[in-house]
Design a protein around this ligand. Structure first.
Ligand code: GLU
Length: 482
């Protein structure tokens, strides 16, 4: 039988990088084993639903080059693929569980539950539903439902024994049944919870492998019980290690930018992002680092998924991106950076000039956005000189140096300023010559040039800057120090 895997996001409006990792591993496993990869939308928590979230999700996966074989957009034999369109299916399954006493109606009000919780906490116990509705007889429950009393349906968890399963990443895992809560399966609004819908759908959609984040591990025993109660075959589970911040706390929205959309907007390339994400918790044989999506399919193996948490290192993502950027053809590179320029900036700078600046500075930016910012900075007026620059220029040698430099540069014919090699060499020798005149050399000499031209001791390579700026601006910056 061929494998069937699914990505089952809740449409909350953005894709967390952890969700992308889950989707990718499911995709890789499905493709590697020539199975199917399915998209299912888990929108049973209506309060979290965000308009346009499904379209956004599809556009991101399209951008990444990850395709689904079945889903709300393409259909398939096991739909509908959106949970809010499957409510009657869940209802039927709930009835089946209740009839077999594997689930029960619970009429406890939010107030009662809160009181129960507070009392348990006060006694130092782990808060859990105390199962007070579990033994209501069927007749009483029926009458209360008819009367219109709000209710939920809960899972009847065994009072003793263990719930065990074997995880493809973590090996044998066992939970003590008495530590498992009588999970709500159907909410008072008539919607199923994640647990019921997830199990019913995984079964009906013939999912063979469930690969998901470790945060779902404690839900799995509840799911196992559901499979057992329904008498269904249990899929294989694989729980992926947590993603961590640099300080090894759980990766959170607050501590890092975690949405795939934000990386895309910033100019991170899909191939860099996929390469980076694939290595979060999985490692190839050997120490190879670069993989295309096709190569990942080829290499992927669940055996090499780690158990321990994986640190999410933004610097590494940016490094991958700069490496992939280097491989882009000039035209494509220019077009993408161009998209990042604000309109106002484009009004004052023609494409030929921008293209020249960009190709001269190419190689040092980690993202398209950063490359655009470098260009914007280069063409902006110099900021106020920093203290070190001021100090350097206040000495006589500095002034003598700049005067001499200006004079030599003024004599370089305009045509020579058009060519990077020509002006670069001419500029360097002008600097050395002026250095001799002023008695400056080495670091002090180059810092003085920098200070004189830009007022800062750090910035792009000087020969490149001079070529990009051209004659007029270089001379006018030097002019200031007269
Ligand atoms: N809807 C869940 C999520 O948002 C799916 C978890 C699972 O794969 O079972 O991640």
């Amino acid at each position: 039988m061929s494998v069937r895997l699914r990505f089952a996001p809740s449409p909350t409006g953005f894709i967390h990088v952890g969700s992308l990792r889950t989707a990718l591993f499911n995709y890789l496993f499905a493709r590697k084993h020539e199975g199917k990869f399915i998209l299912r939308i888990e929108d049973t928590d209506q309060s979290r639903f965000v308009e346009g979230a499904i379209e956004n999700l599809l556009s991101i996966f399209d951008w990444l080059g990850i395709s689904f074989d079945e889903g709300p957009h393409t259909g398939g034999n096991f739909g509908p693929y959106v949970q809010s369109e499957r409510l009657d299916i869940y209802r039927r399954h709930i009835e089946r569980l209740v009839a077999a006493k594997q689930a029960y109606h619970c009429f406890c009000t939010p107030g009662e539950l809160e009181e129960m919780r507070a009392a348990q906490v006060a006694r130092g116990e782990t808060p859990m539903y105390d199962r007070r509705c579990r033994n209501l007889d069927a007749e009483t429950a029926r009458r209360r439902i008819e009367k219109g009393d709000p209710y939920v349906v809960r899972l009847t968890v065994p009072l003793e024994g263990n719930v065990s399963f074997s995880d493809l990443v973590r090996g044998d895992i066992s939970f003590q049944a008495d530590m498992i809560d009588d999970q709500v399966l159907l909410k008072s609004d008539g919607f199923p919870t994640y647990h019921l819908a997830n199990v019913v759908d995984d079964h009906q959609m013939r999912i063979t492998h469930v690969i998901r984040g470790e945060e779902w591990l404690t839900s799995t025993p509840k799911h196992i019980l559901l499979y057992q109660y329904f008498g269904w075959e249990i899929p294989k589970f694989a729980h992926l290690p947590l993603l961590l911040n640099a300080d090894r706390t759980k990766l959170s929205k607050r501590s890092a930018d975690v949405s795939v959309e934000s990386y895309r907007a910033e100019g991170i390339l899909p191939e860099a992002l996929l390469n980076f994400v694939a290595l979060l918790g999985w490692h190839p044989t050997g120490d190879r680092e670069f993989f295309s999506l096709e190569e990942l399919v080829e290499e992927f193996d669940m055996e090499r998924v780690r158990k321990s948490g994986s640190v999410f290192d933004m610097t590494k993502l940016r490094w991958f991106n700069s490496e992939y950027l280097k491989k882009k053809p000039d035209d494509e590179y220019f077009e993408r950076v161009h998209e990042q320029f604000p309109n106002d900036f484009l009004k004052g700078n023609d494409d030929a000039k921008l293209k020249y600046a960009l190709s001269t500075l190419r190689g040092s930016a980690a993202t398209y956005k950063e490359a655009a910012q470098q260009i914007i900075d280069v063409f902006s007026p110099n900021p106020e000189p920093d203290a070190e620059s001021k100090e350097l220029l206040s000495h006589d040698e500095g002034q003598v140096f700049l005067k001499s430099l200006r004079e030599i540069l003024e004599d370089i014919p305009s045509e020579n300023w058009m060519e990077f090699n020509m002006i670069g060499d001419a500029f360097k020798s002008a600097c050395k010559q002026s250095g001799k005149v002023a008695g400056l050399k080495g670091k002090q000499l180059w810092q003085t040039v920098r200070a004189g031209l830009t007022g800062q001791l750090h910035g792009p390579e000087l020969t490149k800057l001079v070529a990009i700026w051209g004659r007029e601006r270089v001379l006018s910056e030097l002019e200031r120090h007269r």
